[in-house]
Design a binder for this molecule. Structure first.
Ligand SMILES: *Cc1c(COP(=O)(O)O)cnc(C)c1O
Length: 468
């Protein structure tokens, strides 16, 4: 399988070449030249597989530069009941007779769905770096979820160090405990005296110093990474097999969305031929994507128009994976690349009526949820089904309910566990969220982190010190 850029760069690359890269050199995102098609015979064969076996089958269609035995070993090492809490890895549960089912993607080490992809990425990075005899220093800024998922994926991995900046004192006690309690030598937590943007600015400044970046092998693990997206395709198939009895049935998925990475994986699964009826994009008050699917206008927001909400992992002003869908919508060819390049150079854009008319063909619909909706949905779900959901999943449930169709199971992706968002759970239910037993006293564990002024030179010198 070869990969191309959504902006038309003619160089075709193989999987391991793009594994450690972010954007394509022309600023586009990588996609496979074609989506491999899965027919009903293949679906029938995959139905009985374990999660790891299914992951191997799907990944093999996209990865031909890792020997099959090695790839198999990597996925079996990644998707274990010990790491993800159950044999099913992503078990499905019904919300009474509402027609909605919840697919649990958040039983990994950091209690959010990002573990599903990041855990695989950690193993792939370690494998590929060893093969090349190279090292990688991952530098990132986080306000919570992504940083911890990256650290738990990379901890103890040979050839990889993580330098993660976070705003000092601004993460929840639970999030701080999650990240700062890691004692692994290759994990470096840097609490920056400032807000998230200060941390983000430092990462940008270091990455823009190309000489430093090259010399110190600086990389990232952001959500545009194709390997992350590919790993997420697997749980759409796994959810489908659990919700259906035979391969002529259709299901719909509702996805709490921010950077459009998760739902883009659903789009890829659908392009491969998985019988998905609707892909329901759920946003919070930051409704860039809902506005787009309703109107055909993609209007990127400034930071002043990006709200801090109670589903914080969906607080985005522009959806970094969205370009992949636009490229497909426009035809996935050279002409599409040219138009994609023009549209995303402008930043905000409006599609033509003919282009917008094609949304239905791709199954996309959307909706939006507010803080009041979240609280009401968490409360109603608890009262009616005795099921406690987190605020992001609540956005998904709220919007999913608006699109349920008789006879078509609607699967809502559970993107985090309530334990991570105690404040909103208290507001909705007047009680503390339940927490996995292993994490009961996580706040009491010793913490390992350094506090720093928002100073680019200081961060660089810390990296140099550890690379020496
Ligand atoms: C990252 C995240 C999302 C948004 O996912 P995207 O792939 O960015 O659309 C939703 N919910 C939670 C809990 C997350 O951590």
């Amino acid at each position: 399988m070869l990969y191309i850029s959504t902006r038309g760069d003619k160089t075709e690359r193989r999987f391991c070449e793009i594994l450690l890269e972010g954007l394509a050199p022309d600023g586009g995102l990588y996609l496979p030249v074609v989506y491999p098609k899965v027919d009903s015979t293949t679906l029938a064969r995959w139905r009985g597989l374990s999660y790891a076996e299914l992951a191997f089958e799907i990944l093999s269609l996209y990865i031909d530069d890792i020997p099959a035995a090695d790839l198999k070993a990597l996925v079996h090492k990644t998707y274990t009941p010990a790491v993800f809490g159950s044999e099913a890895i992503v078990p499905l549960r019904a919300l009474g007779d509402s027609g909605l089912q919840i697919e649990a993607l958040s039983n990994g080490p950091t209690l959010a769905f990002k573990d599903m992809a990041m855990q695989l990425l950690g193993n792939l990075f370690e494998y590929e770096l060893a093969r090349r005899g190279e090292q990688l220093n991952i530098l990132g800024a986080t306000s919570g979820d992504t940083g911890s998922a990256a650290e738990y994926a990379m901890r103890g991995k040979r050839g990889v160090r993580v330098f993660m900046l976070s705003p000092h004192g601004r993460m929840s006690p639970f999030q701080q405990a999650q990240m700062f309690s890691l004692q692994d030598e290759n994990i470096h937590n840097i609490a920056v005296e400032g807000v998230f943007d200060d941390a983000q600015d430092i990462v940008k400044a270091v990455s823009n110093d190309l000489a430093f970046k090259r010399q110190h092998k600086i990389g990232t693990v952001n959500s545009i990474n194709w390997a992350r997206l590919l790993a997420q395709v697997v749980y759409y198939f796994a959810g489908y097999f659990q919700a259906t009895k035979q391969d002529s049935e259709q299901v719909s998925f509702a996805v709490p969305s921010g950077n459009f990475g998760n739902v883009c994986a659903g789009h890829v699964a659908r392009m491969m031929g998985l019988p998905i009826k609707q892909l329901v994009v759920a946003t919070n008050e930051n409704d860039v994507l809902d506005e787009f699917f309703r109107t055909g206008t993609y209007r990127v927001r400034g930071s002043a128009d990006t709200y801090e909400t109670s589903s914080p992992s969906m607080d985005i002003s522009k959806a970094s994976n969205f370009e992949r869908f636009i490229f497909d919508l426009l035809g996935h060819d050279a002409g599409a690349a040219e138009r994609t390049r023009t549209l995303f150079r402008e930043g905000s854009f409006t599609l033509s009526a003919a282009e917008k008319a094609r949304f239905a063909e791709f199954g996309f619909v959307s909706g939006k949820s507010t803080h009041a909706d979240r609280v009401a949905t968490i409360r109603a779900t608890w009262q009616q089904h005795h099921d406690m959901i987190d605020p992001h999943t609540a956005d998904g449930v709220k919007v999913a309910a608006e699109h349920v169709e008789a006879g078509v199971p609607m699967i809502v992706l559970e993107t985090a566990l309530p334990a991570k968002f105690a404040e909103t759970i208290r507001e909705a239910l007047g009680r503390e969220p339940s927490r996995p037993a292993a994490l009961a006293d996580i706040e009491l564990l010793p913490k390992r982190f350094s506090v720093m002024k928002p100073d680019v030179a200081a961060v660089k010198s810390l990296i140099e010190q550890h690379c020496a």
